[in-house]
Every structure is written in C-alpha cells, then in structure tokens.
Design a binder for this molecule. Structure first.
Ligand code: CA
Length: 403
C-alpha cells in the first residue's frame, strides 16, 4: 500500500479516536468541576463567601504534576546521610552566611522578640525555600483541589483548602501570587495554610502577612512559630555523641527521654569531649544508622523543630546547618556507605538502562518515582528476583551486565 492509500484507510479511524479522546478529556474536566462544586458547603461553613469561592475556582483544572509529586517516594531514594549532605551543602552554607550578613539588623530584632537563634531562623529559611529562591510555583488553590478531587492526601488537603480560601478572602495575597509546593506549602517559610492562618506575622506592619515576598514577615513568622512550639532561648538542639564500645543504639527507643547527666552516666558523651552545659535537660538518643553512623542526643529544641516538619532527618538537617552557619564543623563520625543505596549518578544510570531495555520512558533524572519503581519491578519479575521495586546496587549491576 502506498502512503496515500494508508491515510485513506486510517483517516476516519483517527478522526473517531480523536473524538473519543476529546470526549474523555471533557468527561474528566466535568468530573473535576463537579468535585469542586461539592467543596462549597465545607467552605461556606468555614466562613468563605460565595464570591471568594467563585473567584478562586474560576477556570481551575486538575494539575497532574501535583499527583506525580505527591506520589514520589523519597524513602526509596535517600538514606539519611545523603539527605543531610544535600541539605547542608557548601553552597547552602555559603549563601546562608551571606544572608546572615545581609539581614543582620532584622535578625538582631527577631532574636530579641522571639528568642530564637538567628542561625536557626536562617537554616530553616535555607531548608524550606533555599532562601526564598525555590518557594514553589504551583497555585495553592489548584494544588489542594487536585489532591482532594483525586483522593490523594485528601484528608490533609480538605482543611488546608478552606484555610487557603480564607487567606485569599482576607487579601493577604492575590490569587495569582498565591503559590507554593504541590502540598500547598507557601512562600519563604513553606507554611501550609492552617499554619499560616495560626502563626504568620505581619512584621513590617503594612497590614499583610506576606511570607511570599517580604523577608521580614517571613522570618518573623518562622520565629513566631518556633516560639509557640516552646523553643528554649539559648539552648542547643542537641549534640553529636560518642557511644560506648558494644553499645547498640537500636535497643533504645527514639522516644526515651533521660537527662543528659543520665546519658553521660551510661557513657554517652559529646564527640568533642566538652561537658553538657545543661545536664538536667531531657534528651533522646537518635542514631538513624545504628552503631555504624553518627549518633545524637536531641533536646527540647529538636522537638520544636519537629513541629515545623515532623521528620527527624529534617530537624537534624536544620540543627546541623545552624551549627555550621555558626562556624561548627562536620559530624565527627561519617555516615556509613551502604552498597544497596544508589548515588544520584547511579540512579540516573539505572534509569538510562531501564529506558534502553524498553522498560520505561522519559529522561533519566535520578528521581525514583512511580515509573522507575514499576520498571524495576518489571525487571525483577523478568529475572525471577524478589519483586519489591527497590532500586539497589544489585539491580544496577545486573542491568549493566545484562545478566
Ligand atoms: Ca507585612
């Protein structure tokens, strides 16, 4: 058959297929609109006016990127050591020192008002939005509506959406500028709407609590939030410690609180050999890699940081970054290298090989999302390996040799 004949035969089919695609897209859009309208009673009960509601949802569509990002599983990707190394990179440290200098007067005042160490405020700023340079560019109303209507983290997103609509209604920010992460974490501080509503501060007194565009408002909001999270002025977040020989930290719950003096009696001392300045303070033992990696005694302020983000790895990154900004050194004990955790380059190579074998599509980016996990599972199945989707070095080696 010549090309002209092929087109003649297939054109009508292609046309009806297109119609089908268009119809299913329309059906999806209708379904999303119906879902959005079903959110009105909860918004109304929360004090949102119909005018605000209609303005917020005018022309809003489902955002598939939000779902992709929401289902990304970082626990498959980053062992804590790599997470800390990235979070406390040389670049972030250098920029943080510049920020300390550039904002000295403001930080003097914020320390006096909230009692939170400037290095901690700046460390959180660096962790949350890379000092305001990566605040997220997704419209918060759209992201939250997408989460609710797709049933992904819907329980989290429902109260956040009502809170976001109230923020819009009060006029702190315009709809167009109300951007954030896929989860609706907003601005320099990455406050989710309920946290914003409860704790954000209008520090410069212009009537708006502007955590998106105003550094004084943003840093004051962080100070205010830590203060209500029972931050202890002048106290440390914790210390890197040395464990006695043969001590197995995995046998101690991360929730067990003992005084620093009691821990010391058990032979757990600071790596620098210094005494604990406040021996009566209660501390927990945190040794995420067991006896093979750095171990820490974490104090009250570490638990305040967990109010900001409940991951221990996050609080440790903030604590360590703040220490480094103050001039402190790296951890004394190195993180263990685990042959079954892949580096960024190795993850890209793994994806490249999966793509080459036709097991997935796209560009290798080193981010292990649902597509990579599925591809690894398919590969494991084809080789008769246990199917868990976990991208290990063993899998990479097998892909390399084609065995
Ligand atoms: Ca303001």
């Amino acid at each position: 058959m010549r090309i002209a004949q092929i087109s003649k035969v297939f054109m009508p089919l292609a046309g009806s297929a297109l119609l089908l695609v268009a119809a299913s897209q329309q059906a999806r859009a209708d379904k999303f609109q119906n879902c959005v309208q079903s959110l009105w009673p909860a918004a109304k009960a929360g004090g949102v006016t119909r005018a605000t509601f209609d303005r917020a949802f005018k022309g809003v569509t489902h955002d598939s990127e939000v779902i992709e990002q929401a289902t990304y599983q970082p626990e498959y990707v980053r062992p804590i050591g790599e997470y800390i190394d990235r979070a406390v990179s040389d670049k972030r440290l250098e920029t943080g020192k510049q920020m300390l200098a550039d904002n000295k007067e403001l930080l003097d005042k914020l320390e006096a008002r909230y009692g939170v160490d400037r290095h901690v405020l700046v460390a959180i700023w660096g962790m949350e939005s890379n000092y305001g340079t990566q605040p997220g560019d997704k419209n918060v109303i759209r992201s939250l509506a997408t989460l609710i209507c797709s049933g992904t983290k819907s329980k989290f997103a429902r109260p956040q959406l009502v809170s976001a609509l109230k923020i819009l209604q009060r006029g702190d920010i315009s709809l167009e500028a109300m951007n954030g992460s896929w989860a609706g974490a907003m601005g320099h501080t990455q406050f989710i709407p309920t946290t914003y509503s409860a704790y954000a501060v209008d520090y410069d007194g212009d009537g708006k609590r502007d955590i998106w565009g105003n550094v004084p408002d943003a840093l004051a909001s962080t100070g205010s939030y830590l203060k209500v999270s029972k931050w202890q002025t002048g106290a440390a977040w914790g210390y890197e410690v040395k464990l006695p020989k043969g001590f197995n930290p995995k046998k101690v719950s991360e929730k067990t609180l003992r005084s620093l003096a009691q821990w010391q009696k058990a032979g757990i001392v600071r790596v620098d050999g210094e005494a604990y300045p406040r021996p009566a303070d209660k501390a927990a033992l945190f040794a995420p890699e067991g006896a093979n990696g750095p171990a820490f005694l974490t104090l009250n302020n570490f638990r305040s940081l967990l109010r900001y983000n409940q991951a221990n790895s996050y609080a440790l990154a903030v604590g360590h970054l703040s220490d480094r900004l103050k001039g402190g050194g790296r951890f004394v004990q190195p993180w263990p290298t685990d042959e079954n955790h892949l580096s960024l380059d190795q993850r890209k190579e793994l994806q490249q090989l999966l793509i080459a074998q036709g097991l997935m599509e796209g560009e290798p980016d080193g981010v292990i999302g649902p597509l990579t996990l599925e591809a690894v599972k398919t590969y494991q199945r084809s080789k008769g390996l246990p199917v868990d989707g976990f991208p290990t070095f063993t899998i990479l080696k097998s892909l390399r040799t084609g065995s």
